[in-house]
Design a protein around this ligand. Sequence first.
Ligand code: HEC
Ligand code: HEC
Ligand code: HEC
Ligand code: HEC
Length: 413
Amino acid sequence: MRLLPWALCISIAGTALLAKPPPRVEATLIFTGDIRGYLAPCGCTQPQVGGIERMAGVVRALLKQRNAHYVDLGNWTEVGGRQDELKAEALAEVFAGLKPAYLNVGPLDARLGPEYLRSLSDAVGGVVDSANLNLGGATPGRRGRAVGDSIWVQGLVADRDAERIGSPLRSVAEAVSPPPSTRRQVLLFAADLKEADALAREFPHVSLIVYSTRGDPPASPVRVGKTALVSVGDKARYVGKIDLVDGEWTNFTLIELGPEHAHDPAAAEAYRAYTNRVAEEGLLDDLLRSKGKVKFVGSRECAVCHIGEDSKWLETRHAKALATLVQTGNDRDPECVGCHVVGLNYESGFRGAPSTPELANVGCESCHGPGGEHVFDPTVKMGVAGEESCMTCHETAHSPEFDFKSYWEKIKH
Ligand code: HEC
Ligand code: HEC
Ligand code: HEC
Ligand code: HEC
């Protein structure tokens, strides 16, 4: 009997909970952007963060929620050579599998040209667009796209970029029209926070702006009046998510793509196909190389006279650096090979494992410089190797823990 008041309380609390309807998520926007060609983390250091394989896995899982929609801000790749086209095609394949609602064209993508962009758009169901860029074709730069029941999405680039690329269709101010009906307006604006802030002030009715950041993005939305401004940073290291609940954007989450995230099988397949194409098209052979008298001969030539140094070197990871790339499938990838072999940027340097096996791996001459003269005449001095000779490869992005004293200790000879 003494328990009764408690039982009563619990039942009242229970009713109260039941009485309040759970907040309704009208839409969930999942977004990426500024991938900038970072399809995979290089793997040079642990833990690795990022990459489209994890990105696709996370997006696919989030898309299982009701009313969830996926968009990308643009800037798929960085430079604009053949390798970037191959990257863009791999990305198009990954995007296509994620059924995106809108893929904005960033200023970097626009360099690929309208025709190329149209072919990419065809590959992803026609959702590559930008409201203020002239992409040619039948429907140049539609103004926007109704997404789900509650939002209206428009992609944009800054006016100055549209002009620089040479294909402005209309100004940003002309493009940002109020949405039809009562949908919330979402802008994918491939420009920085300052520009996004100015846009939010000019168009206070806009409810959400996804903008571009280099490096890490702010952990919470920037609020300008009633507009929320969010970003995911660059290099495919995060996936962003935000919910529209009772007309307000809330629950902003940045999901860091660390090793705990599984690789999406379809994206992994697309990445593998990409590295195969990089190898098959022989991009490594097309590299520009410095000419000149510099002559690399390979570590075997040095071993003849420097037996002690050689046996020490053979024990180090330097001596297996190309095998590492064979394992990851990047052994013919110009973006990787340079730091894992000898003299890639020189006429007499590494060409490929079949033609120049002696220059595979990080060899004696990677640090001591070309030995073509010294091998015939040891009185011709080799350069003095030291800390500077390590830094071309052990730079922050690829070897953040590098410390000359402790690293040298491991390879000293
Ligand atoms: C700027 C030079 C540089 C480039 C470019 C580079 N690497 Fe490396 N890589 C390194 C260095 C230096 C290390 C050793 C890092 C350390 O231990 O501090 C390394 C280590 C690695 C390792 C780790 C080996 C292990 O067993 O831990 C992998 C894997 C790797 N690189 C793959 C790649 C791939 C794939 C690419 C191209 C996408 C690439 N690297 C591009 C310099 C580079
Ligand atoms: C041509 C590029 C290059 C140069 C120059 C270079 N390294 Fe490396 N280093 C690498 C790569 C690539 C790896 C990773 C190899 C692998 O595991 O595949 C590596 C790995 C290492 C490792 C192994 C790390 C570990 O955790 O076991 C040490 C130590 C190291 N380097 C020290 C040095 C030092 C000291 C210098 C300068 C005197 C130097 N390296 C110069 C590319 C270079
Ligand atoms: C990762 C970079 C690196 C690699 C690879 C490397 N060395 Fe060295 N080596 C150095 C550094 C740094 C020193 C110490 C500074 C110096 O004396 O130049 C050194 C010292 C030497 C010295 C002694 C120089 C002296 O004046 O006493 C010789 C000889 C030498 N290395 C030969 C070789 C040979 C042969 C190989 C290949 C089998 C090799 N090294 C591979 C970085 C390297
Ligand atoms: C024919 C034998 C021979 C070959 C081959 C040879 N060396 Fe040497 N090396 C010597 C001798 C002898 C010295 C010592 C020269 C002196 O003390 O004046 C030396 C000295 C050096 C030094 C110390 C600095 C200097 O120039 O005195 C380095 C570093 C070095 N060699 C690296 C290499 C590398 C790297 C290779 C391969 C590209 C190589 N050597 C090939 C015989 C050779």
